[in-house]
Design a protein around this ligand. Structure first.
Ligand code: COA
Length: 135
């Protein structure tokens, strides 16, 4: 079994979190080679939920930014492949939502997860827009 709980991103061990990004395959789509930037991603996220197994090992993470009242941007959802398909991802999203129940959760899906999000209750939005970073 596992346990999900909200934590302070800056308090996490960066190497341990990098391990779960790699073990989930999300590392292929995040700047994991720039550890200083990755550490800022963790410290700057104000709604971080982690899943740990019975031995305390990190097996999943949901990294979000929320205003605490209206919207929560779920930037990264990652579960170690050895623990996928057991409900850990769904539980991470549940705890994220329950942390700020008034907030709508928005996200950009990775290609491999486009069928996942509707499966756990998300609705596709036809007018989502992004603007690339400046540098
Ligand atoms: C996407 C991801 C977070 C899902 O986590 P998970 O713990 O395996 O998912 P869950 O066990 O909570 O799955 C809940 C349900 O969704 C289904 N599901 C899981 N992955 C799915 C997928 N990629 N597509 C469609 N359905 C999926 C499960 O079979 C389960 O179905 P059930 O309720 O009928 O039994 C995980 O596969 C992952 O880390 N993937 C790699 C990183 C990634 O792409 N993250 C998304 C970034 S936006």
């Amino acid at each position: 079994m596992w346990k999900c709980e909200r934590v302070i991103g800056a308090d996490l061990d960066v190497e341990e979190v990098l391990g779960v990004y790699r073990a989930s395959t999300l590392a292929e789509r995040r700047p994991v080679h720039d550890v200083e930037r990755f550490a800022r991603m963790l410290a700057g996220a104000n709604l971080v939920v982690v899943a740990r197994d019975e031995d305390g090992r990190l097996i999943g993470i949901a990294r979000s930014i929320t205003d605490g009242a209206y919207s929560t941007y779920l930037s990264d959802l990652a579960v170690d492949v050895a623990h996928q398909g057991r409900g850990v991802g769904r539980d991470l999203v549940r705890v994220t939502r329950e942390a700020v129940p008034e907030a709508k959760v928005v996200l950009l899906s990775a290609p491999a997860a486009v069928d996942y999000y509707p499966h756990i209750g998300f609705t596709r939005h036809e007018s989502a827009w992004t603007m690339d970073r400046l540098s």
